[in-house]
Structure formats: structure tokens, C-alpha cells
Design a protein around this ligand. Structure first.
Ligand code: KG4
Ligand code: ZN
Length: 346
């Protein structure tokens, strides 16, 4: 353990990114590294779990070497190991958790298992030092679409979630239907730039319900049906109006998210709102939050792009907080692919 500095090693392997970071104290990233598997999964149009865990295994040790070399530090300086233990893909989580346990034992370092979604909430705290609870957090990723009330560190109330697909999953499936590759969000966003968002009237499900809830499976089906019909009819000589479809699809996703952000603010009276997860990188959503926030006097926190997608600094920050709250894991730590941390209302 280091003399004065408290250094946390963050380990993230819950999906398709192998990420490691060294964090000093609660929120100063010393160095972070990431190995993306996008090129490996892209031909399949989505993450292939077996491939993901094998790639994590291959990437882990070289990445660990690169982390310490880049930081100019040694393992002896690490005070805590924080590892994502769920939710996520079992085979992927296992690689990180097993590695973390081996390192904790070899280095005689304390260990804490971190919830990936708490990590996404901490991405905002890392990115915005002035962000203090209570705040709302819209978590929008490939596996999650939730609005959470962060009442304090470690105290999260789930206000509502998706009933079916996550927003990022909807982007990925839409891109697949259009033959645009994986991950879908960035490519749809790019194509949407030159498109007309009013060209197709894609549905916004559950838009007027009184609950904070989302549904994206109908939107996905509607896009597939539209694409199928256009292909069949041979419209425009068989060339799909991809930009218009992407822009209209993106508009529908953003509208769905924004409607429930408004509702969550109305229900809680809390106007401090943060956003995280891969879909938080989307310029349509970022623009909508920023502009509506300005008009309505919300305090909007939008992280930099690197804090939106999976990274290990956010896991280290959440792990540091959990450790300081007294949480500890030992060598019996096992991943929980559907780990929930939410408090219940009431
Ligand atoms: O948080 P993340 O990196 O990994 C998960 O925990 O899922 O999120 C990945 C998801 C993918 O579904 C991807 O298509 C989506 O985030 N995404 C985007 C954008 N960048 C990534 N969606 C919309 N617009 C983007 N610019
Ligand atoms: Zn994530």
C-alpha cells in the first residue's frame, strides 16, 4: 500500500470492453486503458458472449502491464482493487472477477465488487466534481434504460426502467436491420445527420403513461416493417432512404427518453439531472437535454464521451466510495449477472 496516496485499481469486463484504470483518492484518474472488442463482434451484429470472454482473457494481462507502465506506477502502490461484479455477461464478468481475486491475493490488497450501474452513476460524479446528490440519473446503455434517483452515495431509488429492449439495444438492432454494422448508435447518429427526422412517423411507446417506463421493441419492429416494405416496393430504385430512417428513428428514441425525464423531474421535483451509458454519447439526446434544461432551468450534467461508454475509472470511483462506506469483498466474490442495487420506494 502507498504511503499517503490512496490508489484504486478499477477493473471492468462486464460486456465487450476490457478496461483498467488507476484512480487517486475519490475522483482523480491517474491513468486508464481500454481494449475494445468492437472489431471482433461487428461481423455478428452484436456481442457474442463466448467470444467476449475469450477476448477479455487475451487482453487482460497485456493491458495490466500497459496500465502500470503508462502510469509510471507499481502494483505495490495499489490500495484497493475494485471490480465490476454485475450486472453483465456471466462469462465476461468472470474474467474480471477471477483476475481481481488473484491480484488481491497476490498483492495482499483489499477487494470490493462494484455494481456496473453504480459505476455509470459515478461516471458523472467523476466528470463533474460539483455534482452532488440528490440528482436524477438517466442510464442509457446497450443493456439498460433506467431513471434513478441518486439520494446519496450508495442510495439509489429506481424510478422506472424499460419493459423490454434497452435504448442502446434498439439502436443496435435498428443498425442491424439496415445492414449498418455494430455498434448501432454511433453509425445511426452519423447517418442521421443528413436525414429528415420527420420523414417517418416511428412510434414513441408509452409516451403518455403516468409511470416512468420505456418500451423500444415496438419501435424496432416498426423500423423493420418499414425497411421490409421499402425493400419490397423497390422504392427509389431499391435504394433505402437510410439517412431519413436513421434520423426519424433517433428522433423517436430521444423523444421517448425526454418524455420520461420530464415526468421524473415532475414527480420528484428534482431538477438536477445527469445522464450516462453509451447512448448518453448521442448528440440528439445531449442536445435535447441541454436545450430543454436551459429553457426549463434544469441543472443538466452531461459527461464527456469517454465517461459515457464503459470505462474502468467509473468502476474505481464507485469502488472507492463503496469501500469508504464499509463495503468489502473477499475471495468468495462471484459475479451476479443480474445484480440490482435499487432501494424500493416508500
Ligand atoms: O454503456 P455502453 O458502452 O455498454 C453497455 O454497458 O451496454 O453502451 C453501449 C451502447 C450500444 O448499444 C451502442 O449502440 C450505444 O451504447 N451507443 C450509442 C452511441 N454510442 C454508443 N447510441 C446512440 N448514439 C451514440 N452516439
Ligand atoms: Zn455500461
Amino acid at each position: 500500500m502507498s504511503g499517503g496516496k490512496f490508489i484504486t485499481l478499477g477493473i471492468e469486463t462486464s460486456c465487450d470492453d476490457t478496461a483498467l484504470a488507476l484512480l487517486e483518492g475519490p475522483r482523480d484518474t491517474v491513468y486508464d486503458v481500454i481494449s475494445s472488442q468492437i472489431a471482433d463482434h461487428s461481423p455478428f451484429g452484436g456481442v457474442v458472449p463466448e467470444l467476449a470472454s475469450r477476448k477479455h482473457q487475451e487482453a487482460f494481462l497485456p493491458l495490466l502491464g500497459a496500465l502500470f507502465e503508462g502510469a509510471g506506477m507499481t502494483p505495490a502502490e495499489v490500495s484497493l482493487i475494485a471490480v465490476t461484479a454485475g450486472p453483465g455477461l456471466m462469462g465476461s464478468l468472470l474474467v474480471g472477477v477471477m483476475a481481481a481475486k488473484a491480484l488481491a491475493q497476490a498483492w495482499e490488497t483489499p477487494l470490493v465488487g462494484v455494481n456496473h450501474l453504480e459505476g455509470h452513476i459515478f461516471a458523472n460524479i467523476l466528470a463533474h466534481p460539483r455534482l452532488e446528490p440528490p440528482f436524477l440519473c438517466l442510464i442509457v446503455s446497450g443493456g439498460h434504460t433506467e431513471i434513478v434517483l441518486a439520494r446519496g452515495e450508495g442510495k439509489y431509488l429506481l424510478l422506472g426502467a424499460t419493459r423490454d429492449d434497452a435504448a442502446g439495444e434498439a439502436y443496435d438492432k435498428a443498425a442491424k436491420a439496415l445492414g449498418l454494422g455494430y455498434p448501432g448508435g454511433p453509425v445511426i447518429e452519423r447517418m442521421a445527420r443528413d436525414g429528415n427526422a420527420a420523414a417517418f412517423d416511428f412510434p414513441v411507446a408509452l409516451k403518455d403513461t403516468k409511470d416512468v417506463e420505456f418500451s423500444f421493441s415496438g419501435l424496432k419492429t416498426s423500423l423493420r416493417t418499414t425497411v421490409g416494405k421499402l425493400r419490397e416496393s423497390g422504392a427509389a430504385g431499391g435504394v433505402l432512404p437510410v439517412s431519413d430512417i436513421c434520423a426519424s428513428f433517433q428522433r423517436a428514441v430521444t423523444e421517448s427518453l425526454m418524455r420520461k425525464v420530464r415526468l421524473a423531474i415532475k414527480k420528484t421535483g428534482i431538477k438536477r439531472i445527469a445522464v450516462s451509458g453509451g447512448v448518453a454519447a448521442n448528440s440528439s439526446l445531449r442536445g435535447a437535454l441541454a436545450s430543454e434544461g436551459k429553457i426549463k432551468g434544469w441543472d443538466v450534467f452531461i459527461p464527456s464521451l469517454k465517461h459515457c461508454t464503459d470505462n474502468a475509472a467509473m468502476i474505481a470511483a464507485a469502488g472507492y466510495s463503496a469501500f469508504m462506506r464499509g463495503e468489502r469483498s473477499d475471495l468468495s466474490l462471484t459475479p451476479d449477472p443480474s445484480w440490482e442495487i435499487w432501494e424500493t420506494a416508500g
